[in-house]
Design a protein around this ligand. Structure first.
Ligand code: SAJ
Length: 451
């Protein structure tokens, strides 16, 4: 494609390869902020855009604290070198940039339908600043068909033709909290191009970012593949949880069962637990189901997996009630310490954490609840203990909700000495040595521990 005698496609590829391209990252949340910092660290001029003034200010004044390993240091470095600038002015950012990367949130609404308002707003802003020869990529997780039917359509309101005057690709993020920086650099990336040219140009950028390789496909396949990854993980965990429920009933230990089954070369089973939380797994399964339902197909595995995983916090409370009964106690008026509010180990993020449901149910049953979490600030409206000693002193039961590393090496003897008579442990992540706990005099109940 030539404008004024210049091949703009080659020009952009040259800028990408020479790292002289200017990149606007729209949305500075869990994904956008590390994307902006990594690209700036590679050498690109990056403008980070967010509608939240306080976030933009906190980043530029180095007051942002993320708890993501290495990210605060990286932000400091690229802000100080001037490679990363932040603004709330999306129009100016897009005008100045050669490439715009959309990283806004795409939450589910109350009725489980996808809420694409932030995506629409980002696209409308980009459309206003769009000019010939620019590349737009989408990293946000979206329902199948969104890149072509919504993003391209809004961007074309600029009067420019998608795939011809500007390029568009869907390049989903695949990073997990706690390992974001390293996964950005090592994960295989997917490029779903609006057309072949778009895919090739977007791939040029990702080839600079990742050492993991780049897969080129169409937008729809990339969108579905992203959702399938998380829906598969959700289903695999649901299978592990179903095995756990079976083991509890028939009298076996699911950890032993899965360990043995996994020695088969073609079997891989995830870990059972007290629930599946986080910003992605439940949401993406529901997005995939929703998209199928819209086309008249009611998915079964994805839907039942969700139901089963959603039931696990409740099942944990049922285990707790049974364990307390065995210890001669009752949930009402019992004192319970919840170990972990984060949705998974080693992260400061309590989004959709099973802890929330467990705490709510216990309070509904009349228990007195305190939480302890060395990583995560959230307290879900109950008292938060500053350390293990204060958390367990005078309690009847400890519930392990999050697989934080420090919970693997609890001093059971010391904890028992601080707890009430006939103490109970509910192991929602199977990280406590059951034999040792019982030897120390605990009533031990664990997910899938029917032995
Ligand atoms: N969980 C289990 N058993 C397991 C693994 C996890 O019960 O065997 C639970 C965790 O405790 C947690 C939840 O599932 O509550 C989610 O855990 P996760 O490790 O899947 O963490 P996420 O949600 O941070 O990351 C996922 C990842 N997807 C896949 O591995 C397929 C990540 O690579 C994606 O980039 C991310 O979703 C995303 O942003 O989509």
């Amino acid at each position: 494609m030539k404008f004024g005698g210049i091949n703009v496609q080659e020009e952009l590829i040259k800028k990408i390869r020479r790292k002289t391209a200017c990149i606007a990252v729209v949305g500075l949340g869990r994904v956008g902020l590390p994307v902006a910092a990594v690209l700036a660290d590679i050498g690109y001029r990056v403008i980070g855009v967010d509608i939240r003034k306080e976030v933009v200010k906190a980043i530029s004044s180095l007051k942002i604290r993320t708890k993501e390993p290495g990210l605060d240091e990286l932000i400091k470095k690229v802000i100080e070198t001037g490679k990363l600038k932040t603004t709330t002015n999306d129009l100016e950012a897009v005008k100045a940039a050669d490439i715009a990367i959309i990283c806004v949130q795409t939450p589910l609404a109350e009725n489980i339908e996808p809420n694409l308002i932030y995506l629409r707003m980002a696209c409308e802003a980009i459309a206003k600043g769009l000019s010939k020869g620019k590349l737009v990529t989408v990293e946000s997780t979206v329902p199948p068909g969104t890149t072509k039917n919504l993003v391209a359509r809004i961007l074309e309101e600029s009067g420019l033709k998608c795939g011809k005057d500007f390029w568009l690709a869907y390049c989903p993020e695949r990073i997990t909290s706690g390992k974001i920086i390293q996964e950005f650099i090592k994960n295989v990336r997917i490029v779903g191009g609006f057309n072949k040219e778009s895919a090739n140009i977007a791939a040029e950028l990702l080839k600079v970012v990742t050492k993991g390789g780049v897969i080129i496909t169409d937008c729809m396949s990339a969108e579905i593949a992203k959702l399938a990854e998380n829906a598969f993980r959700d289903a695999n965990i649901a299978f592990a949880n179903e095995l756990a429920l079976i083991c509890e009933r028939v009298g076996a230990d699911v950890v032993e069962v899965i360990k043995i089954a996994k020695t088969h070369p073609r079997v891989s089973i995830h870990k059972p637990g007290c629930g599946v939380g986080g910003p992605c797994l439940a949401k993406d399964s529901r997005l995939l189901s929703y998209s199928a339902k819209e086309k008249g197909l009611l998915p079964k595995i994805i839907r039942f997996s969700r139901e089963l995983n959603d039931h696990m916090p409740e099942h944990t409370v049922e285990l707790l009630a049974r364990a307390l009964k065995e210890a001669g106690k009752h949930v009402k008026n019992s004192k319970i310490a919840i170990f972990g509010v984060a949705y998974k180990g080693q992260v400061d993020d309590a989004s959709n954490s099973p802890a929330e449901v467990i705490i709510r149910k216990l309070i509904g049953l009349g228990a007195r609840v305190i939480v302890y979490d060395p990583y995560c600030k959230e307290n879900f409206g109950v008292e938060k203990a500053p350390n293990i000693t204060k958390a367990v002193r005078g309690k009847d039961c400890v519930v392990i909700v999050t697989d934080h590393k420090p919970f693997e090496d609890l001093n059971l003897e010391g904890i028992k000495a601080l707890m009430n008579e006939k103490p109970v442990i509910i192991d929602g992540r199977r990280i406590i040595d059951a034999t040792e706990a019982k030897k120390q005099g605990f009533t031990y109940f664990g997910i899938g521990y029917g032995a």
